[in-house]
Design a protein around this ligand. Structure first.
Ligand code: GDP
Length: 128
């Protein structure tokens, strides 16, 4: 998972990590980092042909993020339930995006969408 720039900028790292812990996730790896524009483009390369790709990569590289690897039974689907819909307008009450996201683009958190991508993204942030 990542805590994205809009949330780090607003001082929400502690609140979001607390929500994650209270939902029963174990934090396996954790770091504060700052993606370069090329790293943001690489991370989101699946979206390279989408109209929002430029906005997304500018946003993700404009200030620091937190990257973490989490552990829980059915972690991928459980975490996506915890964060809610991509667009906070559609996110269920109590989800992280409903509570903190600014917009569909600046939506405070990232969660992997499959076990396969969770592995790829873990290695992206924690290669050693
Ligand atoms: P996620 O799996 O819920 O994060 O959503 P997606 O994989 O569809 O999109 C990846 C990320 O791209 C989202 O979390 C948003 O930050 C961003 N994004 C998606 N759709 C839009 C959009 O329509 N406009 C903008 N500006 N950003 C978007």
């Amino acid at each position: 998972m990542m805590i994205k720039p809009d949330a780090v900028e607003r001082g929400l790292i502690g609140k979001i990590l607390n929500d994650i812990s209270e939902a029963g996730f174990e934090i396996i790896s954790l770091k504060l980092t700052h993606l370069s524009i090329d790293e943001a483009k690489s991370f989101y390369s699946v979206h390279k042909d989408r109209p929002f790709f430029n906005d997304l990569t500018q946003y993700m590289s404009r200030s620091p993020i937190v990257a973490a690897v989490l552990k829980k039974e059915n972690a991928v689907s459980e975490f996506r339930n915890l964060i809610g819909d991509t667009d906070p307008v559609n996110a269920k009450e109590g989800t992280i995006r409903a509570k903190y996201a600014i917009s569909k683009g600046e939506n405070s958190v990232h969660g992997s969408d499959s076990n396969e991508n969770a592995e790829i993204e873990s290695i992206f942030h924690f290669p050693n």
